[in-house]
Design a protein around this ligand. Structure first.
Ligand code: DP6
Length: 320
């Protein structure tokens, strides 16, 4: 059976950092994200009983790095004794540089695998399966503004607001293109076991979630901007205070934050967020996107700019 699915990356406004169950990959905190529209990962998956092992190509080249995690993802969705799969991935943005490429890859793989295996699963079950492979992937099953809640032995993801109900624009300043030094899974464990700020981070997350949820429900841009920037800097403080420190920023990352501050001072509706990488994501009101893009493009050290509206959750493209 062959199935193809597509998923967009999501950007967390209230971040997931830390796990409460490593085995089940359950996050230690809830999170809120926006799903993008214009960046995508497509996964074509064919279950083939003649294949001796899973194989993966990404944008036309054989890729061994992502394959073990994708194989485990297939085990979760299809079942341990499954036949092997040929996976062909296409992606229109740099992978492994803090642009949530794993979120869209695992979300698309989960949807494609369920259909290829003839398992008619609903979106809640798919989100839980995707989350076992990568916590943030669960959110890419949903469009617009999504909230991930921790509940007992699973996660619950829901939509707070559809993309067309609050159509913000995201401008991404790329400041480096190589893969990151330490993956999120390992980095989160380093933070949990060594950062003096970790316990505080966990304690305060529910307050941040509540503030952001209210801001989204009221479409209050200023309130969302303030809590998202605070939550992002708090996560990075946890990371910076870890031992060894987890510092993904470069000098251009910092300069982009200064650019955003200057824009805000001029009355532009924009705020920043940064994930486990050096790129800066500027979330803005659509009428200010042009100005934000130009200012970030002119910032020293920015090597590329991407722009996206908000989009829908992962979906099946074809099955045969
Ligand atoms: C900084 O979802 O990549 O982007 O569950 O270990 O695969 P794993 O982690 P992952 O972590 C994402 C971390 C983040 C914040 C976020 O997206 O919420």
């Amino acid at each position: 059976m062959r199935a193809t699915a597509i998923a967009q990356p999501n950007i967390a406004l209230i971040k997931y950092w830390g796990k409460r169950d490593l085995e089940l990959n359950l996050p230690a905190v809830g999170s809120i994200s926006i799903t993008l529209r214009d960046l995508f990962t497509e996964m074509q998956l064919e279950l083939d009983e003649h294949l001796p092992a899973d194989k993966l190509t990404v944008n036309g080249s054989v890729d061994e790095t992502m394959l073990p995690r994708l194989s485990t993802c297939l085990d979760h969705v299809v079942g341990g004794g499954r036949v092997r799969a040929s996976i062909v991935s296409r992606c229109n943005f740099p992978v492994a540089a803090g642009l949530a490429s794993s979120a869209s890859a695992f979300a698309a793989t989960t949807v494609a695998a369920a259909h290829a295996a003839g398992k008619p699963l609903g979106v809640k079950a798919l989100a839980n399966l995707a989350g076992r492979s990568s916590g943030s992937a669960a959110r890419s099953l949903y469009g617009g503004f999504a909230e991930l809640e921790n509940s007992d032995k699973k996660i619950i993801v829901s939509t707070l607001c559809e993309s067309e109900q609050w159509p913000l624009t995201v401008v991404i300043a790329i400041t480096e293109t190589g893969p990151k030094a330490v993956g999120s899974t390992e980095a989160m464990e380093i933070s949990r076991s060594t950062s003096p700020f970790y316990a505080n981070w966990i304690d305060r997350q529910d307050n941040d979630l509540k503030t952001a949820r209210n801001a989204i429900l009221k479409r209050d841009f200023e309130q969302l901007a303030a809590i998202a920037e605070h939550n992002c800097l708090k996560m990075h403080s946890v990371m910076w205070a870890s031992r060894p420190p987890i510092v993904n920023w470069n000098s251009a990352t910092m300069r982009c934050l200064q650019t955003v501050r200057k824009l805000q001072g001029n009355g532009v509706g924009v705020f920043f967020t940064i994930d486990a990488g050096p790129q800066v994501k500027a979330i803005c009101l659509p009428e200010h996107a042009h100005e934000v893009r130009a200012a970030l493009a002119a910032t020293e050290g920015v090597i590329d700019i991407m722009e996206s509206g908000l989009g829908d959750g992962a979906r099946l493209v074809e099955v045969s």
